[in-house]
Design a protein around this ligand. Sequence first.
Ligand code: E4P
Length: 217
Amino acid sequence: MKFFVDSADVAAIAELNDLGMADGVTTNPSIILQSGRDILEVTKEICSIVSGPVSAEVVAPGAEEMIAEGRKLAGIAPNIAVKVPLTWDGLKACKVLSGEGHMVNVTLCFSVNQALIAAKAGATFISPFIGRLDDINLDGMDLIADIRQVYDNYGFETQILAASVRNVNHVAQCALVGADVMTAPPAVIRSLAHHVLTDKGLDQFMKDWAKTGQKIL
Ligand code: E4P
C-alpha cells in the first residue's frame, strides 16, 4: 500500500520522504489554509521534494472553470494530480483532464456508486473519506472494502486512495482490505511506529544494559 502525506507542511513531508514514507502528497483547501502559504508556491515546493503524485484541488463550482484551474495546477509540475470534487461538474472536469493525460483525484467520495462513476469518468484516484463517515456513525472501512470489490469485479484501474484517515487502526484496516493508497497526516504516519510493548521492552533492555557496564562505541 502506498503512503501519501495529507499535509502541506514541507518540513514534515521532507522528513517522511527521506524515510521512504511519502509516495505522494494530498492537499485540499483546508490544508492550504492551515499552511498559511500561497497554493501555487507551496505546491511547487512539495513537488520538488516528492516524486510521486501531489494532489492539488480545484475550487471553481462549474466544469469549465474547474478544467481551467486544473490545467493551471497541472502546469506546476509533471507529478501534479488534479483534485476535483465528486459532483457532476467534477466528473465532467475529470473526463476532460484525464483525457488530456493529467492524473485526476476525485475527492469527497462517500458511496460505492460515486466511486463507480468516477472510475467510468477516467479517475486516476478515487478518495473515499473514512473518518468523515465514522464521524456520522457509519463504517468508513466498509466503503473501502465495497469499492475494492466493485473495482475488482470489473477490472477498473482507478486506484483507491483511502482518505480522512485519522488513526493507526484505519491504516491497518486499509492495508487489510486492499486500498491501493492511504493518505494520512504526518502525525498519524509517525504514530505507526508506536507500541506500548516496544517502549516497555526497550526500557527494560536499557536498564539491563546499564548494569553490564559495557559500551559498544
Ligand atoms: C485528502 O485527500 C482529504 O482531503 C483528507 O484526507 C480529509 O481528511 P479529514 O476528513 O480529516 O479532513
